[in-house]
Design a protein around this ligand. Structure first.
Ligand SMILES: [Zn+2]
Length: 361
């Protein structure tokens, strides 16, 4: 009898579980994170399988970790018209050397950039050893530096040492930034984060789904968004012979005019467009005008693995005039995307020509 009761209970438990798994939440209880609408408009949808011009992806990381994966990446590049990828390793020392070996089969397809070695940055005498390691990485094949990163607490992207409390405009960085000019090594740097991350996490925050994941509003004492852009500006102006690439539109997608002002004043500054497609495709006309105005200063990049779907999505946003589409596989903002319909001359510069000008000859 007891065994029978247990069996009945198990069946009931299983049935209830099945019901609740298939039950759709009511609009009254649907969570914002589960809101994934589909566009119902019957309007053109463009497939862009290949970049209009042989593209250089200026912002990737070590996505391929075995020789087989490197081979696969090259096949995906070939299929999508990607001529070359800049792999921002952030690494120094033996770690950088191992990565160089891993990608060495395709010297024309991959360019590896190194990090800075901040070891001892908080002790007197920091500088010469870091510069020496930079020279060593250059000799081993590094042709640029990146991705450096500072979200307000200091430079923390490079390995093995994070330089909490030291920003790009710190005098301790002098030797390294000067050496980059001498070696013609451009620097890719991430400053701040999109503006929604600094806003209160409430019903008024337009980018809440993403902002909450990467929130900075709850970290007292960090340098704020405006302060981080000022730090970038001071460093870029102090080293006019050094080339800087502020990645992700310098995280100024909410106010591209701030980046435009930097471009106007600093001829040694570029920006990559990686990982800010959703942020800029929300305001396609303003963004397209920005590309038009600063067509000599923006470079193509992805920063989100190397899948076919990702490359095609970036082409669609840059090249097509499609309106009101979503891509929940890559983006979590709730707004629809819109193609920028950039002109051919702009596309050629952004995909290719600007990068060729920056890259070490
Ligand atoms: Zn990155």
């Amino acid at each position: 009898m007891k065994r029978l009761t247990t069996a009945v209970l198990l069946i009931v438990w299983w049935a209830v579980g099945l019901l609740s798994a298939t039950e759709k939440p009511s609009p009254e209880t649907l969570l914002l994170k589960d809101f994934h609408p589909r566009s119902i408009y019957k309007i053109p949808q463009t497939e862009v399988a290949k970049a209009r011009y042989r593209a250089i992806d200026m912002h990737a990381h070590v996505y391929a970790k075995t020789p087989e994966q490197v081979d696969r990446w090259v096949r995906v590049m070939d299929e999508h018209g990607i001529a070359k990828v800049i792999v921002l390793t952030m690494a120094t020392g033996t770690q950088f050397d191992e990565l160089t070996a891993l990608y060495s089969k395709y010297p024309d397809r991959f360019e590896l950039w190194c990090g800075f070695d901040y070891t001892g940055y908080d002790k007197p005498g920091f500088g010469p050893a870091a510069v020496q390691e930079l020279q060593r990485c250059f000799d081993a094949g590094a042709r640029g530096v990146g991705e450096l990163g500072d979200k307000g607490k200091g430079l923390f992207y490079c390995r093995p040492t994070k330089a909490w409390g030291m920003h790009l405009d710190d005098p301790r960085m002098d030797g390294l930034l000067e050496k980059c000019a001498e070696l013609k090594m451009p620097i890719n740097i991430h400053v701040a984060d999109p503006y929604w991350m600094y806003e209160p996490m409430d019903a008024r925050n337009d980018g809440l789904m993403n902002a909450y994941t990467w929130r900075l509003d709850n970290q007292p004492g960090i340098v704020g968004h405006a302060g981080m852009i000022d730090i970038l500006e001071r460093a870029v102006k102090r080293y006019p012979r050094t080339t800087f690439i502020a990645c992700h539109f310098a995280n100024c997608s909410y106010d591209l005019s701030r980046l435009g002002k930097l471009f106007d004043e600093c001829p040694n500054l570029y920006a990559d467009i990686s990982a800010r497609y959703a942020e800029t495709a929300a305001i396609p006309r303003f963004t397209a005008r920005f590309y038009e105005t600063y067509q000599d200063r923006l470079v193509y990049g992805t920063d989100m693995t190397f899948s076919a779907a990702l490359y095609r999505l970036t082409f669609r946003i840059l090249e097509s005039a499609d309106e009101h589409f979503y891509d929940w596989d890559h983006f979590s903002y709730h707004w629809p995307l819109h193609g920028l319909a950039l002109s051919d001359p702009v596309l050629e510069k952004v995909y290719r020509t600007n990068a060729l000008r920056i890259l070490h000859k």
